[in-house]
Design a protein around this ligand. Structure first.
Ligand code: FE2
Length: 149
């Protein structure tokens, strides 16, 4: 199994507002150092602000560092660096038909999932995966946390 839906609390609207504030701040900050933002042409990882960290620590788990993931166009097949399992909670889909696909080591498709909004998932990001059907001008925004290591 590469994607599993898990029952955890939904983010309240005031915390979702803080996620978007984190994106505004993070886009203007230095992209270096521990827990600094990370960016490619299709993707940005931005540290969640303290209000979001505090909410996630209190309501999800205090043992995880929380970030905001922003995907602005389709992502090529990859394995994530630095983590094997990841929490993911999508607050903006980036399009009506966006799918997360997983592949075996021969790059054969093994699963294709349309993740529901405002729902927690655990993803096996040590398995090849991509994200497809992001609509032009839209962005896919999620809260994410590394579980392993
Ligand atoms: Fe990934």
């Amino acid at each position: 199994m590469t994607v599993k839906r898990i029952l955890l609390p939904k983010l309240p609207t005031d915390i979702i507002d803080e996620v978007y504030k984190s994106i505004e701040v993070g886009t203007n900050q230095a992209f270096e150092g521990d827990n600094a933002s990370y960016k490619t042409d299709q993707y940005a990882w931005i540290a969640a602000n303290q209000i979001v960290q505090d909410w996630c620590n209190a309501n999800i788990s205090p043992d995880i560092y929380w970030g905001v993931q922003v995907i602005t166009s389709d992502m090529p097949v990859h394995k994530d660096l630095g983590t094997q399992l990841k929490f993911n909670y999508i607050i903006d889909s980036g399009g009506d038909n966006v799918v997360t696909n997983f592949y075996n080591d021969n790059f054969e498709l093994t699963s294709s999932t349309t993740c529901d909004l405002n729902t927690w998932y655990i993803l096996d990001v040590a398995t090849h995966h991509d994200v497809k059907n992001i609509e032009q001008g839209k962005q896919r925004v999620s809260i994410t946390g590394r579980i392993l290591p």
